[in-house]
Design a protein around this ligand. Structure first.
Ligand SMILES: Nc1nc2c(ncn2[C@@H]2O[C@H](COP(=O)(O)OP(=O)(O)O)[C@@H](O)[C@H]2O)c(=O)[nH]1
Ligand SMILES: [Mg+2]
Length: 276
């Protein structure tokens, strides 16, 4: 079977709602992208999903927060997909790898949740290409909300995180000197800031630090990122966090920024994937 035919058949099945076909199509994306015909099909179907990025240093609690956010969205009746672009993330094909975080078993058996890891295969350039295709695929397959978890170290990861409609930056109390150099980059992509592990000492100082850094870049900003304390392991602060994401979304919708964003995405998708 020619690769193109396989891709088109897979895509048709994925678009019809078949989860296994979606998983296989994502594997194809991971291996090197979609054929142009598929990309055009996706463009036609995509553009409705809302993407929420979660980024921050390794161990900050992104996966734990993801799990808690899934629970909230499901409780509200929403369907939600997760794309983990963290090579150390514990999700793979519906199975959980490693013991650091458990995606609650009820989420793995839930038709309204789709979780997938993208492996970096050692180079992030490939990921930077695969992520937009993977998002377009999930979007076209009707997932209305997509969480994207990325490690917030390095330019490429931050660039990926920055493409989400709303980007949540997760830090911990007394965030270490090791992220010092990266603080400015992280704050630049942040629409919502989270101080997770707020069961630990140093929350007030970290908050003061963030407020001060935000003030430095405040000029001309239409939106001031709220700072939210969470304890992801105890599901504390998660409602407040999700409400802040919704508020940012409203702001993007009301200002017309979201519509502009979608139009720009369509233009760049057309240039990248439709040229022969
Ligand atoms: N004390 C405390 N530990 C947490 C909290 N959130 C996550 N953790 C723990 O921190 C570790 C790293 O969490 P994980 O979600 O894998 O971080 P990620 O690398 O950012 O995805 C795990 O052992 C979690 O159980 C929290 O709010 N408080
Ligand atoms: Mg993780």
């Amino acid at each position: 079977v020619p690769a193109t035919v396989l891709a088109e058949e897979l895509l048709a099945r994925a678009l019809a709602g078949e989860r296994r076909a979606l998983a296989r199509a994502l594997s194809a994306v991971e291996r090197g992208g979609l054929v142009p015909a598929s990309a055009a099909l996706l463009d036609a179907a995509a553009g409705r999903a809302y993407t929420v990025g979660l980024t921050g240093p390794p161990g900050a609690g992104k996966s734990t927060l993801t799990d808690a956010l899934i629970a909230i969205e499901r409780a509200a009746g929403g369907r939600i997909a997760v794309l983990a672009v963290d090579p150390s993330s514990p999700y793979s094909g519906g199975a959980i790898l490693g013991d650091r975080v458990r995606l609650a078993p009820q989420h793995l058996a839930d038709d309204g949740v789709f979780v997938r890891s993208l492996a970096s295969r050692g180079h992030l350039g490939g990921l930077a290409r695969a992520v937009p295709d993977a998002l377009a695929l999930l979007d076209a397959c009707g997932w209305p909300t997509i969480l994207v978890e990325t490690v917030g170290v390095g330019q490429t990861e931050l660039a990926i995180a920055g493409t989400a409609d709303t980007t949540i930056v997760v830090v911990n109390p007394g965030w270490g000197d090791e992220v010092q150099a990266n603080k400015a980059g992280l704050l630049e992509v942040a629409d919502v800031l989270v101080i997770n592990k707020s069961d630990r000492d140093g929350v007030a100082r970290t908050r003061a630090d963030l407020v001060q850094m935000l003030a430095l870049g405040a000029a001309g900003r239409a939106w001031t990122p709220p700072i939210i304390d969470t304890i992801a392991t105890e599901a504390i602060g998660i409602e407040t966090l999700w409400t802040a994401v919704a508020a940012h979304r409203s702001e993007l919708e009301q200002s017309g920024a979201l519509a502009e964003r979608r139009a720009a995405e369509r233009v760049s998708a057309g240039c990248e994937s439709r040229s022969p």
